[in-house]
Design a protein around this ligand. Structure first.
Ligand SMILES: Nc1nc2c(ncn2[C@@H]2O[C@H](COP(=O)(O)OP(=O)(O)OP(=O)(O)O)[C@@H](O)[C@H]2O)c(=O)[nH]1
Length: 173
């Protein structure tokens, strides 16, 4: 079962993803794409870690998601990726953006492989007005394209707002 969960900041999307992962009863590998670049982010990360079941394996992978997915899905785990938005900015601009095309293609290929349990969490960043800056427009466009591509290979797509899930594809248990 592959699930894509979209929502704004503090929408409750991560909590829904974690609940679905727990309810699956499967061994969970949590893949964080964030890096603790300041103290406030370090505190957020500490909260996330504290609320996760201690049995989950946590991995920090800012870039090579395709490889990470293949490894842990093949071992029979449910892989929860939180979140694609940070991965996208890492892939676009980390080390001068040289990785984007390859990492993007590899992520979509891994997501499209049959079988496997994956939950993707991502920020819906396309609901506002078209940004003025070229870089921000590129980011919003790539996020929208990525979400469409993943939605087409996921069995379930959910949009979360105010802590409430709106199911766009498939069903929630
Ligand atoms: N590096 C690292 N990042 C983590 C870890 N656990 C969670 N994160 C990151 O924390 C981020 C999500 O945290 P928040 O910003 O508090 O949540 P949010 O997505 O805005 O809010 P919700 O919509 O309510 O989930 C994700 O980008 C994760 O990658 C971890 O163990 N290590």
């Amino acid at each position: 079962m592959k699930t894509l969960i979209l929502g704004g900041a503090r929408s409750g999307k991560s909590a829904l993803a974690e609940k679905l992962a727990i309810d699956s009863g499967k061994p969970v590998v949590y893949v964080a794409t964030a890096e603790a670049l300041d103290d406030e982010m370090a505190v957020r990360i500490a909260h996330h870690r504290a609320r996760r079941p201690s049995t989950w394996l946590s991995i920090e992978e800012p870039l090579a998601l395709g490889t990470t997915l293949r490894t842990h899905v093949a071992a029979g785990n449910l892989v929860l990726v939180d979140c694609l938005t940070l991965w996208l900015s890492n892939a676009l601009w980390m080390r001068e953006g040289i990785h984007f095309d390859a990492e993007h293609a590899d992520l979509l290929a891994a997501a499209g492989e049959p079988g496997g349990d994956i939950i993707f969490v991502s920020n819906e960043v396309g609901l506002g007005i078209t940004p003025l800056g070229e870089i921000t427009r590129r980011f919003v466009d790539e996020a929208g394209r990525l979400h469409q591509s993943l939605a087409s290979v996921c069995d379930r797509v959910v949009f979360v707002a105010a802590g409430l899930p709106l199911v766009l594809k498939g069903t929630l248990p």
